[in-house]
Design a protein around this ligand. Structure first.
Ligand code: NDP
Length: 254
């Protein structure tokens, strides 16, 4: 059997698709033949991203979505399900905040947990509502090595816990929906160069620690995460569900 990933005729929804890892996923899924819906808050950025993909021959459109709103998720997923169906959901919408625990307030807690965990849950729920009756679908959540290790030197307990929740959610949904033909997997990236890590990498002390702890001695590129997402989204991983695939230059080896 030749190794080939062909997503022609598949329809993918990518939250947080306006930039970073999500945008790299949109491009790779599109290059593999899928039509792509880019979901995010930044309208100008999202529309520009969709145009750039379309210029390269990818069927793509932007839809405004704030994953903090359950009703907006219901609407966006419902509209796409009715229009084309949803074969692939990638949950990349996420935020990171570093804060010493004694300084964490409810506002920071809510931002992190509601975006990273609650948003991912409700996007999964709505996609599953559509995928399960059709007996097919593949969901890929963007987790983090922060679900497995406590990052240093920055303190970020709430972010880490929110990502651990995403990993466990992935396994739980995989178990619940496997018999209905829907697979649910996650990737667990280490440090990847995006807007999220740019500030930290500009901090010489932080960057040194991050790179010293990464055996490959470099940060990853969004495309390197997208390759794994493409694999998990496609039939190339047809017997995999509930898997958390680590992409971290070896960070979690030590
Ligand atoms: P970016 O900051 O580059 O991108 C974050 C994306 O999330 C943007 O597209 C943003 O879009 C979207 N987003 C944020 N909040 C919301 C919201 N409320 N509703 C809808 N979309 C939202 O970061 P990354 O690409 O690095 O992060 C992507 C995912 O990867 C995150 O879940 C992150 O936790 C995870 N990750 C990143 C790592 C890294 O080192 N970069 C490592 C491990 C995991 P917009 O502003 O348009 O809403």
């Amino acid at each position: 059997m030749p190794y080939q990933i062909d997503l022609t005729g598949r329809h993918a929804l990518v939250t947080g698709g306006t930039r970073g890892i999500g945008l790299a996923c949109c491009r790779l899924l599109g290059e593999a033949g899928a039509s792509v819906v880019i979901a995010g808050r930044a309208v100008a950025e999202g529309e520009a991203a969709a145009r750039a993909l379309a210029d390269d021959g990818i069927t793509a459109r932007f839809v405004s979505l704030n994953v903090l709103s359950e009703s907006a998720i219901v609407e966006v997923v419902g509209e796409m399900a009715a229009a084309t169906g949803i074969d692939i959901l990638v949950n990349s919408a996420g935020i990171a905040r570093h804060r010493d625990t004694l300084d964490v307030d409810a506002s920071l807690w809510n931002d992190l947990v509601d975006t990273n965990f609650r948003g991912t849950f409700f996007c999964c729920r709505e996609a599953l509502r559509h995928m399960a009756p059709r007996g097919q679908g593949s969901i890929v959540n963007i987790g983090s090595i922060s679900a497995q290790i406590a990052n240093i030197p920055q303190n970020q307990a709430v972010y880490n816990a929110s990502k651990a929740a995403v990993h466990m959610l992935t396994k739980s949904l995989a178990s619940e929906f496997a018999a209905q033909g829907v697979r649910v997997n996650a990737v667990s990236p280490g440090y990847i160069l995006t807007d999220m890590t740019r500030g930290g990498l500009e901090n010489a002390e932080w960057a040194k620690v991050w790179l010293d702890m990464t055996p490959m001695r470099r940060v990853g590129r969004p495309e390197e995460v997208a390759q794994a997402v493409l694999f998990l989204a496609s039939n190339a991983s047809s017997y995999m569900t509930g898997e958390i695939l680590t992409i971290d230059g070896g960070y979690t080896l030590r």
